[in-house]
Design a protein around this ligand. Structure first.
Ligand SMILES: [Zn+2]
Length: 428
């Protein structure tokens, strides 16, 4: 078994779901730091930080009480508050402002297609609805999940239902009034989690950093193989490959497995805040989240100077065509770094042998679906790109200027694009 296949199998099959604040996440972090040590990175360590963990209680229940009595299976979404409440259902369509206009109070049934889950949720909070019943947009995908709190307690209850059950609820609503009883149970508690960090020192400009990261955590309902064990494994493989070429690195490359991305980019925000001073001299941030696995390859950049030149050089050196485009969004771990003024680069591409649906944030995102040979090949290319980022000529002692606070609450209207090569738009 290749190193990539083995690392993926450990994270997904031996450890499984790696939800923030759980014992299994801690095991994943210890595994990753152990691999960093085995690959002979400098200073492999866990970087702890405090956060508010959300603990799922007894399973949530959605019981239709009128015009018939029927229960639908549902999941409480992370950071949904506890509730035991009866209210009418209202059809919220896509959750857009227009679709919500004129709706009376109640639980809003919506597929959330009008924007990111968090934005739709906040729109409902602002209108003081009783709660959100979020329909999975993937037929056959079962129940899906996604945080509604950015690491802070949500204000109204939030549950998900299957695509098929969502259509049934919509059809019931189309013919008359529907009432429901929603029960959800969870609690919050102070907890500690850990980013996983290791470095390869630069020989010429060790104080200038290239950050290579990907989130190690997943949601609690499945192993999160593509989102984002694949990205964490890519970070590990790049560390292994580049450690064998450490003498060639002019700048320092810091590898990070980020904690708690799925509940609000907490790990990358912590690292950016805690290291803001040294990040002023960071050359670039290379993020691996649901990474590209096959043609058509591309570099998605955010404020990277002369990005077209970078893509042209990489295309020539690897003998593979790389497209290049600017892609700004605040839904993954590059965002806290770009907020400090650090340019970001993401390797985008096709999905190899993976076929849609990708089951992101669903139990179906499993390791058997990941083409590990393609993932290994993608990591070789990614390592080459990072080598170039570490060695690119450029002005030394470049001082980055923050472009805003470290926050991921920027509204979508301020973001020019929402797709960084990630397969889903409904994700954190
Ligand atoms: Zn992800």
């Amino acid at each position: 078994m290749s190193e990539v296949a083995n690392n993926l199998a450990v994270l997904c099959n031996e450890i499984g779901p790696r939800f923030a604040g759980t014992e299994s996440y801690r095991r994943a972090a210890e595994f990753m730091v152990g691999q960093f040590a085995a690959y002979q990175l400098n200073r492999p360590h866990l970087e702890p930080f405090a956060f508010t963990a959300w603990r799922r209680g007894v399973p949530a229940r959605l019981i239709i009480t009128a015009p018939v009595t029927r229960e639908f299976e549902c999941y409480a979404l992370p950071y949904s508050p506890t509730t035991d409440c009866q209210a009418p259902l209202v059809n919220g369509g896509t959750g857009s402002v227009a679709d919500l206009a004129g709706l009376g109070p109640g639980f809003v049934v919506t597929d959330g297609a009008s924007g990111h889950r968090q934005e739709v949720y906040e729109r409902l909070v602002a209108r003081s609805f009783a709660g959100i019943i979020l329909i999975n947009r993937t037929p056959g995908g079962g129940l899906h999940t996604g945080s509604v709190g950015n690491g802070q307690p949500g204000k109204i209850p939030a549950v998900s239902v299957r695509y098929e059950d969502g259509q049934a609820l919509r059809q019931l609503l189309a013919v008359g009034d529907v009432s429901a009883h929603l029960i959800a149970d969870s609690h919050l508690e102070p907890a500690t989690t850990w980013n996983v960090v290791g470095e390869l020192p630069g020989s010429e400009c060790p104080e200038e950093l290239v950050i290579v990261g990907g989130h190690l955590d997943s949601h609690d309902i499945g192993p999160g193989a593509y989102d984002n064990a694949a990205g964490a494994v890519m970070v590990l493989e790049m560390a292994r490959l580049l450690a064998q070429r450490r003498g060639e690195l002019k700048r320092t490359v810091r590898f990070i497995g980020f904690a708690a991305e799925e509940i609000g980019l907490l790990g990358s925000q912590h690292h950016a805040r805690a290291h803001a001073e040294e990040l002023r001299r960071a050359r670039a941030m290379f993020n691996c989240d649901t990474p590209g696995l096959s043609r058509p390859w591309g570099l998605v950049t955010w404020n990277y100077p002369r990005a077209g030149e970078l893509a042209a050089n990489v295309s020539r050196e690897l003998g593979v065509e790389f497209g290049c485009r600017e892609g700004k969004h605040n839904r993954s771990d590059q965002f806290p770094f770009t907020a400090l003024g650090v340019p970001a680069v993401v390797l985008s591409g096709g999905r190899g042998e993976m076929t849609p649906p990708f089951y992101l944030h669903m139990a179906g995102d499993t390791a058997d679906r990941i083409p590990t040979a393609k993932l290994a090949a993608a990591a070789v290319m990614a390592a080459h790109i990072v080598l170039r980022l570490a060695n690119d000529p450029g002005r030394k002692n470049l001082e980055r200027k923050p472009v805003g606070g470290v926050s991921n609450t920027t509204s979508s209207s301020e973001i020019h694009a929402t797709n960084n090569g990630c397969a889903a738009d409904d994700r954190l």
